[in-house]
Design a protein around this ligand. Structure first.
Ligand code: DQA
Length: 142
């Protein structure tokens, strides 16, 4: 089983961005923690980050035929990324949307996700452990 772990705009700045909201782990550290759990579960994880919606879509289109599920933190694209949403639909893979911070406890514009309606589910506000939980759920369900 292969899971795509996708991070959207600005998530390359983790540990430098507002650590009270996003935690103090770097993206590399988070990817390593997810991959460590994946190894225990016998799952392969391919991690990818981009600041560009088009590059995220190119990655999904290229990798979805070889994958079984997607974990995605779309960053701010969560709130307006319709092209990203369509690429996720076209992948025909189960998608779990993850947010480090609780988007419902923040500004009102963050309360709407255009990804959530097409996702298997959403995890919001549980920090990097949300990515690990999403992996465990996909591994159990697929
Ligand atoms: C985020 C929440 C988004 O609203 C924000 O734009 C991000 C990070 C999160 O992980 O909490 O970049 O997706």
């Amino acid at each position: 089983m292969k899971i795509l772990l996708i991070h959207g705009p600005n998530l390359n700045m983790l540990a430098k961005r507002d650590t009270a909201l996003y935690g103090d782990k770097t993206l590399t550290e988070i990817d390593s923690l997810v991959k460590k759990r994946a190894q225990e579960l016998g799952v392969e994880v391919l991690a990818f980050q981009s600041n560009s919606e088009g590059t995220l879509i190119d990655f999904i289109q290229a990798e979805c035929p070889k994958a079984d599920g997607i974990i995605i933190n779309p960053g701010a694209l969560t709130h307006y990324g319709y092209s990203l949403r369509e690429a996720l639909v076209d992948s025909a893979l189960p998608v779990i949307e993850v947010h480090l911070s609780n988007i419902y406890a923040r500004e009102e514009w963050r309360h709407k996700s255009v990804i959530a309606p097409i996702a298997r589910g959403q995890i919001s506000g549980l920090g990097w452990r949300g990515c690990v939980a999403a992996l465990e759920i996909l591994a159990a369900e697929i």
